[in-house]
Unconditional design. Structure first.
Length: 467
């Protein structure tokens, strides 16, 4: 077979690239080494983690808040196997949706490991041991990423686990140690904390979700401590030993002599992910990797081999599904002769804890270090009627605007439904709106979005109405 475009990897970067290319008239194929399409995101990432976050949040709300709402439940219990079964059902339905989209767009799907024979010929090694060869004018590497698991942590997939295994634990652990206070650690830690596990997090840096605005880190840390999280900031794990029924995690302060050992049922390693290029046969092409093992690309996401492009987690930038999707679309459109563009500053970041954290644009720390003159507008959730009605009063909206022009430079939200609300910030910034533009737009009452308007009022004129 011969194609206009072959995409290797069927995650959000790969399958979206394939669909867009097919829409633009290219004869397209996609290769996926696993039996199900959708990549990390649909199978062991975004979708299953959100399914468990939602289930555990329902349980937690029932346990902690229902009585105050006037709802009494006499025997509340966690049925973990059922929770996992529902999660698996959500994943299955979602990946079947991708099968449907491939058929609808007449994209040929190959299951097997794809590897380059040369820049225009790709071998597919199938699970039954057979091989198939296909030819293509162009191709996209969309092979994603894998968790970082240093040897000293003795990752055994049983007691020392990554997110992949954590999504399938079938009884609530008593105690879990999490290495890394990034997105995965805090999201999956929340799942188990809500279900009753004791969570201890060891983080190398001096704050949690370190890439986000520091006000968000503080707000989230306060909420997670209330949920029962214990944090060891400025500490690192030097080694993990696992036995049949538990783990011992050796922890040491970054500076000074403080050292101790934590015992737990599980140790979740969540210290980042690395690009995945093993077995791709890149040595048979001119594709170059950078010092972090990422496929090197130019602004058009083209590798050093002109007919091979790369998108998503396997290249530089945030490891996010929607970033990968934007890049998949961009490459397909470039191949069709269009001139698309991605503004990476406007890719939002979300942490699906409760309260959620969502952010777009520059943080206050970034504006300070770039010496950009800015104004800050903040509004707390507790001043919102909507938040009081639902008992979700933790959080705030923070808007950063240019001091002279009033242009919005960043929006940072901690609170209920922040993940959905950040879209207002993205759109406003896409249109280069001023804080006054948002402040003068009607926001329905009572909604959480009123906090965005009030924060904009604070940023533009220091005059919120409700505080
Ligand atoms: P992937 O989704 O990793 O897909 C790559 C695919 O390529 C895989 O299916 C792999 O099997 C296949 N492949 C690799 N090599 C070959 C080969 N040689 N031949 C054939 N196939 C191959 N991001 C968000 O934006 N929001 C979230 O809520 C979110 N939650 C997450 C939760 C968890 C627990 C994890 C682990 C990640 C989460 N992410 C989230 C990150 C998100 O999953 C990734 O950014 C996204 O999946 C990257 O997409 P991709 O297409 O680059 O790669
Ligand atoms: P991360 O990069 O978000 O966080 C890793 C944390 O571990 C950092 O705070 C880092 O300082 C710390 N760390 C690193 N080495 C350490 C050590 N030896 N000891 C102690 N702490 C250490 O990585 P994470 O959480 O593994 O997530 C991987 C990727 O998956 C992220 O880049 C994220 O973009 C993506 N993801 C996105 C989600 C979302 O969008 N909601 C959800 C889950 C994952």
């Amino acid at each position: 077979m011969s194609y206009d475009l072959v995409v290797i990897g069927s995650g959000p970067g790969g399958y979206v690239a394939a669909i867009r290319a097919a829409q633009l008239g290219m004869k397209t194929a996609i290769i996926e080494k696993y039996n199900s399409l959708g990549g990390t995101c649909l199978n062991v990432g975004c979708i299953p983690s959100k399914a468990l976050l939602d289930s555990s949040e329902h349980y937690h709300a029932a346990e902690k808040n229902f009585e105050e709402h006037g709802i009494k439940i006499s025997s509340l219990k966690v049925d973990m196997p059922q929770m996992i079964k529902r999660k698996d059902g959500v994943v299955e339905q979602t990946v079947q949706g991708i099968d449907y989209l491939m058929k609808k767009n007449k994209i040929d799907v190959y299951h097997g490991m794809g590897s380059y024979v040369d820049a225009h010929k790709i071998k597919i090694s199938k699970s039954d041991g057979s091989e198939e060869f296909i030819e293509t004018k162009k191709s996209i590497i969309a092979t994603g990423s894998k968790p970082v698991t240093p040897d000293a942590f003795n990752y055994d997939k049983k007691r020392v686990i990554t997110s992949t295994e954590a999504l399938n634990i079938t009884s609530v652990p008593k105690r879990m140690v999490i290495i890394g206070a990034g997105v995965i650690g805090l999201e999956l830690g929340s799942v188990f904390a809500r279900l009753g596990a004791e969570i201890e997090v060891v983080e190398y840096l001096d704050r949690i979700i370190a890439g986000m605005d520091s006000d968000c880190s503080k707000e989230l840390m306060r909420s997670l401590k209330k949920l029962g999280f214990k944090f060891h900031l400025n500490h690192m794990v030097t080694g993990v030993k696992s036995g049949k029924s538990g783990v011992k995690v050796d922890v040491k302060a970054r500076e000074g002599e403080n050292a101790f050992t934590l015992d737990a049922d599980y140790c979740l390693v969540a210290i980042g992910r690395r690009p995945y290029t093993e077995g791709l046969g890149l040595e048979n092409t001119k594709v170059v990797l950078d010092d972090k093992g990422r496929v090197e690309v130019n602004d058009h996401l083209q590798t050093a081999e002109p007919d091979i492009y790369a998108v998503g987690d396997v290249i530089r930038g945030a490891m996010l599904a929607h970033k990968a999707e934007e890049e998949g679309t961009l490459v397909a459109e470039i191949l069709a002769g269009q001139k698309p563009h991605i503004d990476y500053n406007l890719i939002p970041g979300v942490v699906y804890t409760w309260p959620e954290v969502a952010s777009v644009g520059k943080t206050e720390e970034e504006l300070k270090s770039a010496q950009v003159p800015y104004k800050v507008g903040k509004f707390p959730y507790k001043a919102l009627g909507r938040a009081r009605a639902s008992m979700d009063v933790a959080g705030m909206v923070k808007i950063l605007a240019h001091k002279d022009t009033d242009e919005i430079l960043g929006m940072h939200i901690v609170g209920a439904r922040a993940a959905d609300m950040i879209a207002e910030g993205v759109i406003a910034m896409e249109f280069r709106a001023s804080a006054e533009d948002i402040a003068r737009s009607s926001h329905a009452h009572p909604t959480y979005t009123e906090a965005v308007r009030e924060a904009a009022l604070m940023a533009t004129a220091d005059r919120a109405i409700h505080i």
